[in-house]
Design a protein around this ligand. Structure first.
Ligand SMILES: C[S@@+](CC[C@H](N)C(=O)[O-])C[C@H]1O[C@@H](n2cnc3c(N)ncnc32)[C@H](O)[C@@H]1O
Length: 252
């Protein structure tokens, strides 16, 4: 933690006589946990993609502290991409850095091949776009921490229909949890069906951030696991409004 806090300050605050703010200290806890994950899988020369990167805390700290040598940053906000470039100039270890100012949903933003993809707090549909891009690029590892679950999330409308078919009430706090769980279910099965062995775990305690779940996925292509996930995914996505054959059928 001390090393993460020190590097966070040196790269991103870089003003003498200042210290990290309370929210930066919380961020440092997430970053330390994510860097622990990355340290287990990065190897010399492997390309790390930091998607929906913001200023690329993860990508740059991975270069500074974990020994990642090649980082590809994707961030659509020009000001954050600029702050990332400025922070990169303060790295004390050499790293090959590409900063793409673009959308994670565009294939033009992605490198031809990547070994490890990380997306920390990818907002709404950006999580789905990162997941699909990682699958398309056949990356070895994906570390995905989704953020908000907006209506723009592709499975959101179907999850609402499923909730209706199940008789879930309109009480927002109850319904929201069901819909989020269904979105999480679809994302998990989508990864598994594509061949990524997936663990869903708390990256940090919910007191650090309510958006604390991480999808840690490794491309294994295990046929039985893929088949089982595909069947479940088809059940989840199917529907015309009745309960039958052990599956929930949903009105469109
Ligand atoms: C909640 S911030 C997280 C930033 C960083 N990963 C972190 O943990 O500090 C989400 C970032 O994703 C970017 N973003 C959201 N949707 C995006 C998209 N479709 N393509 C590229 N960047 C996106 C936003 O501009 C924002 O900088």
């Amino acid at each position: 933690m001390a090393a993460v806090e020190k590097a966070l300050h040196a790269l991103f605050v870089a003003a003498d006589g200042t210290s990290l703010r309370k929210e930066d200290l919380k961020k440092a806890r997430e970053l330390a946990a994510m860097l622990d994950e990355l340290a287990r899988v990065v190897r010399p020369g492997r390309l790390l993609v930091d998607a929906a990167a913001g200023k690329s805390y993860v990508g740059l700290l991975a270069a500074e502290l974990v020994g990642v040598e090649r980082v590809h940053v994707i961030e659509r906000d020009a000001a954050r991409a600029r702050l990332c470039r400025e922070a990169a100039a303060r790295l004390t270890r050499p790293a090959e850095l590409t900063v793409v100012e673009g959308d994670v949903a565009s294939s033009a933003s992605w490198p031809d091949a990547a070994d490890v993809v990380v997306a920390l707090h990818a907002c709404g549909a950006a999580s789905d776009a990162v997941l699909d891009a990682a699958v398309a690029a056949k990356t070895r590892w994906l570390f995905l921490v989704p953020c908000c679950y907006a209506h723009a999330v592709p499975f959101s409308a179907h999850a609402e229909r499923l909730a209706d078919a199940m008789g879930v009430p309109d009480h927002a706090e109850v319904r929201r949890r069901v819909v989020i769980s269904l979105i999480d279910t679809e994302r998990t099965l989508r990864l598994e069906a594509a061949g990524w062995e997936t663990t869903v775990m708390a990256l940090v305690p919910p007191t650090v951030t309510p958006h604390n779940l991480m999808w840690r996925a490794r491309r294994m292509r295990e046929p039985n696991r893929m088949r089982q996930a595909s069947e479940r995914l088809a059940k989840l996505r199917a529907g015309d409004g009745r309960l039958g054959d052990g599956r929930l059928v949903v009105p469109r």
